[in-house]
Design a protein around this ligand. Sequence first.
Ligand SMILES: *[C@@H]1O[C@H](CO)[C@@H](O)[C@H](O)[C@H]1NC(C)=O
Ligand SMILES: *[C@@H]1O[C@H](CO)[C@@H](O)[C@H](O)[C@H]1NC(C)=O
Ligand SMILES: *[C@@H]1O[C@H](CO)[C@@H](O)[C@H](O)[C@H]1NC(C)=O
Length: 425
Amino acid sequence: MTFKKVRHWKSMCKGLVLGTVLTSCMILLYCLFMPQVHIGLPEVPVPYSCAHRPLQLHPKVNINTSQQSMGKTCSPKVDIMFMKTHKTASSTFLNILFRFGEKHRLKFAFPNGRNDFFYPSFFERYQVKDYRSGMCFNIVCNHMRFNASEVAKLLPIDTSYITILRDPAELFESSFHYFGRLVPFTWKILGEDKMTEFLLNPDKYFDPDGFNSFYLKNLLFFDFGHDNTLKSTDPQVEEGIKLISERFQLVMLVEYFEESLILLKDALCWDMDDLLFFKLNARKGSTVSKLTPELRAKALEWNAIDWKLYQHFNNTFWIKVARYGRQRMAQDVAELRRRNEEMANICIEDGHAVEAGSIHETALQPWQPLGEKSIMGYNLKNNVDTVYKKLCRKMLTPEIQYLTELGVNLWITKLWGHVRDIINW
Ligand SMILES: *[C@@H]1O[C@H](CO)[C@@H](O)[C@H](O)[C@H]1NC(C)=O
Ligand SMILES: *[C@@H]1O[C@H](CO)[C@@H](O)[C@H](O)[C@H]1NC(C)=O
Ligand SMILES: *[C@@H]1O[C@H](CO)[C@@H](O)[C@H](O)[C@H]1NC(C)=O
């Protein structure tokens, strides 16, 4: 056998073992954690708002928001549904939300045992840890497959719905890299550059009924609970986009992350302090997409629904920016960037992200995709001023560790991590 064949055979074997382990785990977990059916319990409605005495608690109001310029004051909105889409800088945003939640002592609706709501199954409110009918939760922000009416039964009526989208070609590239190995039909793709090979002949490889196939086609539309295999001209696509635009007050864009945060601050009456962030979960060498213009076109064609979705919300995004004031937006973005840089100088050793192998503390070690150590992380500076120490650590803490700190028991996620360590993937 040639070297290439041996390698291919080895990667097939690895894939098979992995698939078997993964499937067994899934079945086991499904049996253990199948949400109990709650029959006959009376439904208690959730209150209109779950903000605790908002006005007394937050007497200070934002001075320079649009609400103020129209002569009104506002207090920060604390009831928030963040629809966490995949591969969209959402770990960075979650860190912002976690800190905001801690600052205002908010109650998060977390999943139980793992860091998502049984994705890719549809969200059900019984999946929420300690859920009881009529209970008050302020924030939902873990991965789920969205079901608007089910989420509405969990959250108060005054909840602000927000989400984030990303250019579908880049999202596809990232998803292929991160999840490709979890999609069995990719195991038979030959060659070094599987993604290119796939994009050149998607119909040859893609199996809509294949395990995990949604990761590689219109993943955004799928996350929102819609059918990702429709033709992009199907009327249900327009209908789906309309439902999303009616439900979500703010649709942020990864490509304009700072602008998105400023719009968020305006919509939810937050402070500039609430928006500070470091980019978490970044992939090594990923700042520039490696897609050629031809491949990019193919990726957009392949993910045509997500491309429609993205273009729709790109349009409405810039209308919002125009309404906010372009000049004012530019100033606010510049200030946010300046303050983030200031924080980076205060908190981060050498001021930038490093590869996994160079991160000293396990507490700051990010979760890695299967078979790689490609996700970058940070080291906390040694002699951070005590005033900033706590904030710095929080800003640098990866999602899994932060979830644990907030009291989420992640035994399933962690067990999976140990299995991977043992078989050295
Ligand atoms: C509000 O805006 C004015 C100028 O437009 C500025 O001088 C002031 O510092 C701002 N206040 C806050 C709290 O940002
Ligand atoms: C979504 O939620 C509603 C109301 O809770 C439920 O009736 C419906 O079956 C759910 N849809 C899916 C696809 O799970
Ligand atoms: C998004 O909209 C802006 C402003 O209209 C435009 O310049 C940009 O090309 C759009 N981006 C995409 C990916 O369509």
